[in-house]
Ligand binder design. Sequence first.
Ligand SMILES: Nc1ncnc2c1ncn2[C@@H]1O[C@H](COP(=O)(O)OP(=O)(O)OP(=O)(O)O)[C@@H](O)[C@H]1O
Ligand SMILES: [Mg+2]
Length: 431
Amino acid sequence: MYTVENTVPAIVADFGSHTSKIGYAGEDIPHNIFPSRLGVKETNGKKDYICGGGLDTRRDGLEVVSPFDQDGLIQNWNDMEKLIDYSVTNVETEDFAFMLAEPCYNPKHLREKMCELLFEKYQSPAVYLGRSAVLSAFANNRTTAVVLDCGACSTTAVPVFEGSLVKNKTLRTMTGGEQLNAKFKEQITEKGIEIKPEYSVKKTRVDEPVEEEEEEEETGSNDEEASTRKYEITDLSFPGTTDSYKRYRQTALLEQSKEALCKVNDMPSVEPVLQPTEKYELPDGTLIEMGLERQKVPEALFSELLLSPVSNDSGVLKQSGLPPSMSKGLPGMIRDVIQSCDSQMHKDMYVGICLTGGTSNFDGLYERLTRELLVLHSKVRVIAAAGRAERRYCAWTGGSILATFTEFQKWWLSKAEYEENGSGFVHTKCQ
Ligand SMILES: Nc1ncnc2c1ncn2[C@@H]1O[C@H](COP(=O)(O)OP(=O)(O)OP(=O)(O)O)[C@@H](O)[C@H]1O
Ligand SMILES: [Mg+2]
């Protein structure tokens, strides 16, 4: 752990609706990254909870649940507590402040509840709830920016001016990683491919015997040799497996194949560029082969998008009073957000477009976005971390940097302030 004199040692957490990212302030990337899902198994009225890698082992009766709703907001605090418990395993939380990244539309009551939990249960000495867009801008060295977060449940374009959210100008579309999963699933179902979870098939190589360990490495690969290997596949039956667990494992495979195969078409509005066929091998040996179709799924991000204005003025997720609108893809969404802000902000925002979120990692997305934005405006700069991991964990990184700044220390909501003013004081300290 890294601490600076006169700073509070802090845990930084970004509990996304898909993936939780946890680490210590001052570190470059989160050291603990795990699915934001819980396995729950009830035995004789007692519930056991499983998180992280433990979810990779199939067990009879194990249900998989999420503490988050479809908007990516916390809906089940009991489950959320289990997720936090797991994230701070072996950590003396009373010795650490908590820096949490939160969606810009996180409602007030959820902010207050989170503070109560961190102070009362985890006995944290100080808490800060940072808007993830502001933290992401910060990670990219920007205080004025438009942060395009292509996440799992949605994609948001959030304007940030001089380190604060521009109120009521955020636009959001539900086209995020999950919607693209559904489109990708349709595509492979049309090919007659069904995803069988890894635990439900036994694959034995028959052309030339290999060690079990090697066999495992061969699954989930997309290398050329894959098509020449010969296997005997046996379906295994585990009737005690719950539907939620089966879905969880199928979705993981669906995402892996989506991420490996799909790419953004280079040029807008023209016939997709001919691509060599790419292959992805599923655990049962089935090959997903795709040529031109590789570009079909992410193209949704550059087609008409239904946008909902999101209010963050009151801290409540609601329509800002404006009707939903359509935009021509992500570039149109960014342009609409910038144009809705005061004109003196436009220049800095057009050269401060920060790209973040797992879904922004599609091959070719950055290039296509930049090219289309340049058609809409003459001076544009899209800022994106070079590495995939860094791009995905921007909000976490911003929190990690901020928490170590000496000047920032006065912004922590301290336990004493919480006790004196109540949890509502969080809206004053963490704006
Ligand atoms: N290389 C990749 N290419 C395309 N999509 C990817 C890639 N890596 C991750 N994703 C997608 O990114 C999504 C997860 O992104 P992220 O970690 O930003 O979500 P989150 O922060 O947990 O969710 P949210 O912010 O929406 O609540 C998943 O849908 C995943 O399939
Ligand atoms: Mg996120």
